[in-house]
Design a protein around this ligand. Structure first.
Ligand code: PMP
Ligand code: GLN
Length: 391
């Protein structure tokens, strides 16, 4: 303890206290509520992949510091995945970096690429770590707001173009998008790519939900557009794709100059992480297409159960084309403040959700929106829907 009145957290980070996810998960535990707040599955990923982690531990693979860029088996598997799914050719030795989840990949990328005073254009609502990582890098965030349009949240490309100034260093993109569930279309991605090339911008693209796209929606990596390979840092994570959010295995793919910049920072954040899990994730990435199809099918079924329940409870539902999340509008329930609504929801209905306002600079714009996660067992979603009907 110190008697000084000076706050301990430095000024750049003063606005970032405990994350909303930690706060709401603690509230769910304290009130015994169904936790549809923080996005983590309530069933673990494939048994054979868990066994692969156990085998690695037992056989002493990864129990000591793995190589800085990640174990060769995992880097090779990541490169093979990018090639097999998207036709993107990455050299596992120079163009892949394993990180402590996507969170570290985001932080390391921004710390590596942003100079103090640089502007970073990010889609709003934005995942909370973007704002904190931009601040840690000393950058200035410039949000471009996705707005409701015909049942989903859409990007206004003119607003995006107008947000780019002479000080813009990079575009921070996220598709499929947390929390709105929007999946950027080929046409939107083409426009973003053209803008990046024309203004000579770097792009960091968070594609952790790449395997969670539903119906006609299609995930197309930004790095696959003309002129993008050399300016794009692509971020992935095993947490979402394989339902192991606690393992914290993520990765970056990019050209060697970008990977080595991100690696230079990463080595002083965690140096390395998750040794034995890296072996298991290498096996997971090589699972047959049937795994990915079944995963998507089961998440789609869950999305539909929760969307139906929320609609019946009176929310306006923005049916997501991707991710774990459904964003709703609470105004039809006679509510307008998502924060107050989410704080009262455990008491009123025994359910926890996330107020989207935390993902906005313009808190007013985000106030009426609330996010529910559907990465839970079907019976849990049905029970939550039943409880919400009482509102
Ligand atoms: N990006 C987005 C958009 C996310 O929703 C999350 C949280 N799951 C992350 C990054 C962080 O991923 P990880 O758990 O791999 O750090
Ligand atoms: N990405 C998860 C979400 O949006 C949370 C991860 C975290 O708590 N950092 O719910």
């Amino acid at each position: 303890m110190t008697s000084s009145a000076r706050p301990h957290l430095n000024r750049r980070l003063a606005e970032f206290g405990t994350t909303i996810f930690a706060e709401m998960s603690a509230l769910a535990v304290a009130t015994g509520s169904i936790n549809l707040g923080q996005g983590f599955p309530d069933t673990d990923g494939p048994q054979e992949i868990r066994e692969a982690a156990v085998r690695a531990l037992r056989e002493g693979r990864g129990n000591q510091y793995p190589p800085g860029p990640g174990i060769p088996e995992l880097r090779t598997a990541i490169a093979a995945h990018q090639l097999r799914r998207y036709g993107l050719d990455c050299d596992p030795d120079t163009e892949v970096l394993v990180t402590a989840g996507a969170t570290e990949a985001i932080a390391a990328s921004l710390l590596a690429l942003v100079e103090p005073g640089d502007e970073v254009v990010a889609l709003e609502p934005y995942y909370d770590s973007y704002a904190a990582s931009i601040a840690m890098a000393g950058g200035t965030r410039v949000p471009v707001t996705l707005r409701p349009h015909e049942g989903s949240f859409r990007l206004d490309l003119d607003e995006l173009r107008a947000a780019v100034t002479g000080r813009t260093r990079l575009l921070l993109i996220n598709t499929p998008h947390n929390p709105t569930g929007t999946v950027l279309t080929r046409a939107e991605l083409t426009a973003i790519a053209e803008l990046a090339v024309e203004r000579d911008l770097l792009v960091v693209t968070d594609e952790v939900y790449e395997h969670l796209v539903f119906g006609d929606a299609e995930h197309v990596p930004l790095a696959s557009f003309p002129g993008m390979r050399e300016r794009t840092v692509t971020i992935g994570s095993a947490g979402k794709t394989f339902s192991f959010t606690g393992w914290k295995v993520g990765w970056v793919t990019a050209v060697p100059e970008l990977v080595s910049a991100v690696r230079a920072v990463k080595q002083f954040l965690t140096y390395v992480s998750a040794g034995p899990f890296q072996y298991a994730v290498a096996e997971a990435l090589a699972l047959p297409d049937s795994y990915f199809e079944e995963f998507r099918r089961s998440m789609l079924a869950r999305r539909d159960i929760l969307a139906k329940g929320l609609t019946e409870a009176g929310f306006t539902v923005f049916r997501p084309a991707g991710t774990y999340f459904i964003t709703t509008d609470i105004r039809p329930l006679g509510e307008k403040d998502g924060f107050a609504f989410c704080r009262a929801l455990p008491e009123r209905a025994g359910v926890v959700a996330i107020p989207n306002a935390v993902f906005y600079d313009d808190r007013e714009a985000g106030a009426p929106f609330v996010r529910f996660a559907f990465c839970k067992r079907e019976e849990v979603l049905r029970e939550a829907a039943e409880r919400l009907r009482a509102l």
